[in-house]
Write a protein that binds this ligand. Structure first.
Ligand SMILES: [Zn+2]
Length: 462
């Protein structure tokens, strides 16, 4: 058996791990490398293995940093089977189609720049929509939680609910080869316990080797109840001042969790029953439709709502705005509305228009509920810029800025330690998907067994 690491090695994006066992090559995730700067070259680099030789891809969840290089893998010769849960498959379809669109737009922009400078040569996108369609054709059997699937003779995979986003899984790969038996557990991304929307992360009883994420290996989160309280207060304060609330929103999971929390706020009379809420993001709207199609994937309280025929993501004042014209009409509203729009880090998208119309208003608020990388507009506003550039014009920042961090979809340090503790004795633990500082802090807490922090393309024979 051999384990090698081709992404998210001492960094948080580009997850891609290769397990070679019983004569098969199984890739776990094939994600995009992401960050504030242009990472086209890194994403276009060699994988570190031959895509033709891969037999299976097991996809843990649909975030771009876990599935985003799948079309490139197919473009470069992968002809095997991709297995994932049904919800992951549906969400990955949405995420990959959007990614191809972005890649094609980016390459056209680069091409125009080349031509303007009198240059020649073609600026190729990383992959196109056609590559995504070829990728979708490679999705084969579906994973169901706690139900083993035989990948090949002597190799089986079992998914456990990771509680991170809809359909997310930790995957246990069990194999028999040359008289030896192996159990390798890949955590995927691990969610928080006790969140309203999803079930808490679950784990198998035992594994020999664990490959686990360490994003927040050095941090503790604020309790969820306190986070929701802070969120409600920011909204009611803004409404009392007569302004709008702008929430730069990530389309997957965060948007749906916020809808659920807003709905709950109305139900508990913490928020006005008739308040206007706009989900102004075609991608988030499409994701919400997928969330509604998987009532089996939730924690008990949401499952109960579905069972009663109620919509956990709906309430009377909620409007989905798909068309550009509908989105522009929102700009005429000067107060009393919540506007959720992408992108989450304000690097583009409809949220920039809403910021132009609200950022200068003292009575308005902007609530940041997710990670903001350095160099992004979100980061500049959070760091206290008094003026920002929007569409080539300066806009002064007079609205109230809130940063609410407790909505994270990732386990914090204690939850990661608990998660590993719940898996039976592991021969070795490989830390991935984290910055070095986070990994080192987590390693110190897990000091009871062999800990490895692999480097990019590093391989470990067993
Ligand atoms: Zn994720």
């Amino acid at each position: 058996m051999r384990l090698s690491f081709h992404g998210a090695a001492r960094s948080v994006t580009g997850s891609c791990h290769l397990l070679e066992v019983a004569g098969r090559r199984i890739l776990v995730d094939c994600g995009m490398i992401q960050g504030s700067r242009d990472l086209d070259e890194e994403n276009a680099a060699e994988f570190g293995f031959d895509p033709h030789a891969i037999d299976f891809v097991v996809l843990t969840h649909a975030h771009l940093d876990h599935c985003g290089r799948l079309p490139l893998l197919v473009k470069r010769g992968f002809r095997g089977e991709i297995v994932a849960t049904a919800a992951t498959r549906n969400l990955a379809r949405l995420v990959l189609l959007d990614a191809a669109h972005v890649q094609e737009e980016d390459s056209r922009r680069r091409q125009r720049r080349v031509w303007r400078r009198g240059g020649k040569g073609d600026e190729e996108p990383l992959y196109t929509l056609l590559d995504v369609f070829d990728t979708l054709d490679r999705f084969g059997r579906k994973l169901e939680y706690r139900s083993p699937l035989v990948l090949a003779p002597g190799v089986r995979v079992t998914a456990f609910d990771a509680g991170h986003i809809l359909g997310s899984a930790s995957v246990l790969i069990e194999a028999e080869a040359a008289g030896a038996a192996y159990q390798v557990l890949f955590s995927g991304d691990i969610g928080n316990s006790g969140r309203p929307l999803l079930a808490s992360p679950s784990v198998p009883e035992a594994a020999d080797i664990v490959v686990m994420e360490s994003t927040y290996g050095d941090r503790r989160h604020r309790p969820f109840a306190a986070t929701v309280e802070e969120f409600y207060e920011a909204i009611t304060d803004t409404f009392a001042r007569g302004g709008n609330v702008i929430i730069p929103t990530f389309a997957l999971e965060r948007a749906q969790e916020l809808l659920f929390v807003l709905r709950q706020g109305i139900e508990q009379s913490r928020l006005p029953p008739s308040m206007m809420v706009f989900l102004d993001s075609p991608m988030a709207i499409a994701a919400t439709e997928i969330f509604r199609r998987h009532p089996d994937c939730y924690g008990p309280s949401v499952g109960e709502l579905f069972a009663k025929g109620r919509d956990p993501f709906g309430f009377p004042g909620l409007r989905f705005t798909r068309e550009t014209g509908q989105s522009m009409a929102i700009n005429r509203i000067s107060g009393g509305a919540i506007i959720m729009a992408g992108s989450g880090m304000c690097t583009g998208g409809r949220v920039c228009h809403h910021l132009r119309h609200n950022l200068w208003r003292e009575e308005a608020s902007v609530i940041f509920v997710g990670f903001a990388a350095s160099g992004t507009l979100a980061r500049r506003i959070i760091d206290g810029a008094s003026e920002v550039d929007l569409f080539g014009e300066p806009v002064s920042v007079r609205s109230r800025i809130h940063t609410i961090n407790g909505f994270s979809a990732h386990a914090d340090q204690q939850e990661l330690v608990d998660w590993r503790g719940r898996v039976g004795v592991a021969g070795a633990t490989f830390l991935v998907h984290g910055e070095e500082s986070a990994m080192t802090a987590l390693a110190a807490k897990l000091a009871d067994s062999r800990i490895e922090m692999p480097r990019l393309h590093e391989a470990f024979p067993f």
